[in-house]
Design a protein around this ligand. Sequence first.
Ligand SMILES: *Cc1c(COP(=O)(O)O)cnc(C)c1O
Length: 239
Amino acid sequence: MTENAIRRNVEDIRRRIGAAAARAGRRADDVRLMAVTKTVDDQRIIAAIAAGVDIVGENYVQEAKRKIELMGRPREWHFIGHLQTNKAKYAVKLFDMIHSVDRTDVALELNRRAAKEERLIKILIEVNISGEATKRGIDATGAPGLTKEVSRLEHLSIQGLMTMAPWFDDPEAARPCFASLRSLRDRIADAGIPGVTMRELSMGMSGDFEIAVEEGATIVRVGRSLFGERPASSISHQP
Ligand SMILES: *Cc1c(COP(=O)(O)O)cnc(C)c1O
């Protein structure tokens, strides 16, 4: 895919985000576009950065390290993959935000490593809002408790929630998931836990980002609509 094609895709996705935001009485500026880069070669990532995506989203810590060394930091780099505790030490050096905190041991390790780096790391709590067994994330009933626990860790700053909706043929079918994540966010925000802002809702991917924006997404994570289909051998939804 050429640089021009990627630029057109970014414009098209922005336009669709803008229209979805307008339908919901929201401002397009309140939604940030993340380019999800798994399996995408460096040239296309560089083209997406040049085309003005807000955030680069990485599933793998080691790959991100290499790319950031190569491409620098003209945009924010966020981690969206499964975080193993033994990668926390690198993650706190590399990323502006970590979207996938779903258990205490990972939070504790991130906090310990962030303390060593003297950094305050922005994180999201990943919620398995659909309850599907194959999805990662803490279940909705456990999310307020985990948020409270993690909020006590001095080097982590909870900014909101993240989810992956199940894949549906009809994107409308994902709407209840997004609405549930938003109401869970509102409920946690209302609890007024010190140091917890709950500003961000990271939800919506290529197939359903417009619905997610209508339901309050502040970050949409888009791979295939931006870069084209991934190779068939790659795992599309559970990296
Ligand atoms: C791959 C991935 C996406 C993007 O999915 P697309 O369908 O390519 O837009 C979003 N979020 C996460 C966590 C992913 O792993």
